[in-house]
Design a protein around this ligand. Sequence first.
Ligand SMILES: *Cc1c(COP(=O)(O)O)cnc(C)c1O
Length: 418
Amino acid sequence: MIPRFKPSIGSAELVALVAPPADAVERFERAFATRFGCTEGIAFSYGRTALWALLQALGIEGSEVIVPAYTCSVVAHAVTLSRNSCRFVDADLFDYNMDLDRVADAISPRTRMIVATHLFGFPLDTVRLADIVADAEQRYGNKIWVVQDCAHAFGARRAGRLVSAEPDIALFGLNVSKSMTSVFGGMLTTSNRELASKVRAWRDGHLRAPSPLKPVLRRAYLIAVAAAFQDDVYRVVRWLQDETSVLNRLTKEYHLDDRISFPGDFAEPMIATEAAVGLVQLARYDGFEQCRQANARFYTTTIVPPRGWQMPPLVEGATYSHFPVRVPNRAMVMHGFLRRGIQLGEVIQYSVPHMSSYGPAAAADYPNSLFCSRHTINLPVHSDLTDDDRQRVVDAVEAMRRSMSPDEARVAVSGRLS
Ligand SMILES: *Cc1c(COP(=O)(O)O)cnc(C)c1O
């Protein structure tokens, strides 16, 4: 079974769990910031906690924050739970990112922050966004903070420059589904020292100490994850998850449509155990990125897309945390791949403003976001993929293309997507 994503956890990560140095978090912050082009790193228990803390450290409350409509729901939750409101901007169908043409219109006198997500590793045009923001700041006379959300785009570059190094501050998530992991965890990086000390002081003054049991739980979790992704175990895990309700409850918990809430330990700091794993993964990060980029290039140059399929663009500097493809009938495609032992992700299978906790949004309000949420699949691009795995994915697409009935092909061409 080729899993839809797979963290690369080896013996070095497991060894790191044993006796993490007391200053592991500070060391991870420094090394992480340096790798991603910044001077300051501030670690948290989750990426969402980092954004939630940043808003409060800046004293932003009762304000509007611009958030992509098509992104991870925890971003919107962090805005809401810090007592601010989201102003959503629809996606651009080219690279799934927030449509910059719509950002200027979304800015109001109450806007204090823009979360610029580089979705699936596609770098947003940071220069153009900075111009839009500078104009709006002039017009309204407020500072508008820009957060480069790099949770999918750790080393992504635009015109050769790391997007994480662009002003004002970058946000990362480090759970096991990301391009590198520190078990859980989140990070802010910036080269603005004043901002960094403000956020760090807020964090140190407000987060509560983790329970003494936490290092044990985190260790057990990472070992369980490493075991679960062993091929024979993964078959069972997948079966439990997709065909029974045993694991379903746990995984669905992450995105409960009707509830805006965070895990019980979200307001705690990152612990040394997590940082020690993060340090090992950081040293391996360049290799992970090269593998993902090579896998994306391989798919782009090898796959002949079936009618109606929209392949992602090949973008210089993109990190391909995912390889999103839009297909007419997602359920059918996913089922077809599963029969061939390939699990596909749905990536982001919701449009945030259409979720019941943020809605009601009409279908016409954020049409691209809704469209992407219904038609996107994710071909596996993780760094542990073998040449043989990649070829199997390509073969599965080819088999699907050949077996397409004339009817299906006609539906695809006329654009009547289900
Ligand atoms: C994962 C993710 C985050 C942070 O997630 P946490 O699970 O809270 O660490 C932020 N933004 C995006 C786009 C993400 O995918």
